[in-house]
Ligand binder design. Sequence first.
Ligand code: ATP
Length: 242
Amino acid sequence: MTVLDIDDVDTYYGPSHVLHDVSLRVERDEIVALIGRNGAGKTTTLRSIMGVTPPKDGAIRLHGDDVHGLSPNEIRRRGISWTPEDRRVFPDLTVAENLQIASRVTADPSNAGHGTSFTVDEIYDSFERLDERRDQRAGTMSGGEQQMLAIARSLVGPPVEVLALDEPSEGLAPQIVDDVRAMIEELNERGMTILLVEQNAHLALELADRAYVLETGHIELTAPATELLNDQDVLETYLGVR
Ligand code: ATP
């Protein structure tokens, strides 16, 4: 079943046309990767979905309902949750306070019955590292722990139908990337549908079921992730990796 359907989206920053007829879909329980070089438009795609930079044309449908034109808060209340690239945890607040703030957002009635919701206690039960650090100020935690908190914060509050992660591995040491990878795998095993934006193509393709390759604002190709992982030409041409 299609949960999120992006159809022919065109997005601009002022006069600059950044996304050109971008279409992608995410099915229930999938991890879908959106990969591409620096500046390809991956973050802009997420900003378009979340209503932060609303597209000029095209449709964004959640379970068939067009959410294009709604505010970012309204879109979160409908069930699309975004963990932005820069993490943006409140550094002076504790882990518990960061989670409590996010948990106060209420769901849109149309979101009832869909998605997976987490209470703050369920987050602690699922992610021991955050449980151990409940009273620690977020700004004093490692980059990986802050990333885990940022993801956890996207999960509390209204039920999540699609979790959109923007570069969760960015700036993290390889060992810590493994912790974040485990968290994404665990969430998906528990039924979370995930749209994963990554500069780290190998990580994204190892985690994902399917992938879309974005190049200068166009979707260049889409394929099962394992197929792309074994395609040296694609990896070199579009992603600049081997
Ligand atoms: P990165 O991995 O570097 O974040 P990306 O694939 O996420 O890359 P975007 O951040 O979506 O790419 O940027 C796509 C294009 O839009 C780039 O050419 C970028 O310079 C431009 N762009 C991004 N944000 C803005 C903005 N606020 N105003 C104007 N142009 C922007």
